[in-house]
Ligand binder design. Structure first.
Ligand code: UDX
Length: 478
């Protein structure tokens, strides 16, 4: 039976998943020790810095730092003091596409050496199937008896930008557990969400769940839970690559991918989400997880070449965008481009695997002169792509756009969908916008005097529109 009582939790790793989980568990009423081996990071967290740009995180940090959450580098002490230990350390991609699990292994070994009573060790990082089994073996090899611990898989599905809301208002909570005792502890941890008491609390962060719409808790085997996480991300990536391939077809047929996406998304078996075409998916999860899932399948002798196609379409999408810029400007060397967006998506300062960064690199190689602006990601970008004779980081959209031969939209920040088009038209050298995120209605762009190229939709250009009656009178097909 799940119990309504605060649980002492350790969260190992203070990255995106670890930090959000630690503060959200505190928000749900538990006591949390958040452990990281990076002393500088821990010192910053102890000082109240959240280190990542994420809605609600500063507010939770303010509420729980030094009360329900403390930060430390001491994993041994955190293990001894806690009954549930969530492992949320990095699983970077190795050369072969596999997830590098050496951090997970090191943490498992250290936990084993400090176990002082029954503990549940929970995988929260995205890991390949069988990791659970390996963690168990590492702990046993370090002399811990089988009945002194359980290993559980509890994958996290949060998105950057909406991480806190996603954690507290999940579509589902998946618990992969092979023992009743461990499952009950996990059920107790999530009880404030699954019973809805959290949603009636005065301090509750609003979201899609409520006392009448509770998140389901799904009990599975540990292996199924591991596969659920990889399969979810791979499926979402597949959906994006699918609509990107359809957008290419729309371009070839002079159709409109937005209309097509609406038409297919209204089928309840397909659904409207993750059907936004663009310049390809990026971020710390999709590219890594698709590669890792593909590699796991290959190692197990399963033919899953579909995932290879998903990756191929994603890479190709950036090349197609580059060709689109070239088709708007003819030659690229020496062209001045305003680039709006560097983060891999809006509402985050994360540039990991960002298609925008890849495109800036490709455009620089072509000899373009770039003024880039992003509301949050410029500091991180400058570390990867330092300013140079051909790359400048601008103070604002206007600063980037002044005298530009064309403006490119590469990240879907809300503010990039509300540009003052008339003012922009006045300050750019040529009124050309190449939009990799389909943030505007084509007619609105035309009305503002822009040549507008987007993804999977017909290109509009004022000159061509003005000529249309004359040309059609002459029998010309546009
Ligand atoms: C993703 C998963 O959504 C989340 O469940 C998992 O826990 C971590 O990985 P995240 O990487 O934060 O989350 O971003 P997400 O919003 O899923 O977007 C990923 C990428 O796909 C971005 O580059 C985004 O721009 C792109 N995308 C998303 C599209 O191109 N089209 C879409 O329709 C949706």
């Amino acid at each position: 039976m799940a119990k309504k009582e605060p649980i002492q939790i350790a969260v190992v790793g203070s990255g995106y998943v670890g930090l959000v989980a630690a503060l959200c568990f505190a928000e749900m009423g538990h006591s949390v020790i958040c452990v990281d081996n990076d002393e500088r990071k821990v010192a910053a967290l102890q000082g109240g810095d959240t280190l990542i740009h994420e809605n609600h995180l500063p507010e939770l940090m303010e509420r729980y730092r030094n009360t329900k959450v403390r930060f430390t580098t001491d994993l041994a002490e955190a293990t001894r003091e806690s009954s549930a230990i969530f492992v949320a350390v990095g699983t970077p991609q190795s050369e072969s596409g596999d997830a590098d699990l050496s951090y997970v292994e090191a943490v498992a070994g250290e936990i084993a050496r400090s176990i002082n009573g029954y503990k549940v060790i929970i995988e929260k990082s995205t890991v390949p199937v069988y990791t659970n089994e390996w963690i168990r073996r590492v702990i046993e090899r370090n002399g811990v008896k089988q009945d002194a611990f359980d290993v559980v898989s509890n994958p996290e599905f949060l998105r950057e930008g909406t991480a806190v809301e996603d954690f507290l208002h999940p579509d589902r909570i998946v618990v992969g557990a092979d023992s009743t005792r461990a499952f009950e502890l996990l059920s107790s941890i999530y009880l404030p969400l699954t019973e809805g008491t959290y949603y009636s609390a005065a301090h509750a962060i609003p979201g899609c769940c409520s006392e009448t719409k509770l998140p389901p808790l799904l009990l599975t085997s540990t292996k199924s839970a591991e596969i659920i996480k990889h399969a979810s991300n791979a499926f979402l990536a597949l959906k994006i690559s699918f609509i990107n391939a359809v957008s290419n077809l729309c371009e070839a047929a002079d159709a409109n991918v937005e209309q097509v996406a609406s038409g297919i998304g209204l089928d309840s078996r397909i659904g409207p989400k993750f059907l936004k075409p663009g310049i390809g998916y990026g971020g710390s999860c999709f590219p890594k997880d698709v590669a890792s899932f593909r590699s796991v399948a290959a190692q197990m002798g399963v033919d899953f070449t579909l995932l290879h196609e998903v990756e191929k379409i994603n890479i190709n999408q950036k090349r197609r965008f580059l060709s689109k810029v070239r088709s708007a400007l003819w030659t690229l060397r020496g062209k001045r481009l305003a680039v709006l967006g560097l983060a891999f998506k809006g509402d985050t300062d994360d540039i990991r695997e960002s298609p925008a960064i890849d495109l800036v690199e490709m455009l620089l190689t072509e000899g373009c002169i770039i003024a880039a602006y992003d509301p949050a990601a410029m500091e991180r970008s400058a570390l990867e792509l330092p300013a140079s004779a051909n790359l400048r980081y601008a103070d604002s959209v206007e600063d980037a756009a002044r005298d530009a031969d064309a403006l490119l939209i590469l990240t879907d920040w809300t503010e990039f969908g509300k540009l003052d088009l008339i003012q922009l038209n006045g300050i750019m050298r040529y009124p050309i916008i190449v939009d990799g995120r389909n943030m505007y209605d084509t007619q609105e762009m035309l009305d503002s005097g822009f040549t507008y190229l987007s993804i999977g939709r017909p290109t509009v250009t004022p000159l061509r529109e003005a000529l249309k009656p004359t040309l059609s009178a002459l029998g010309t097909v546009l």
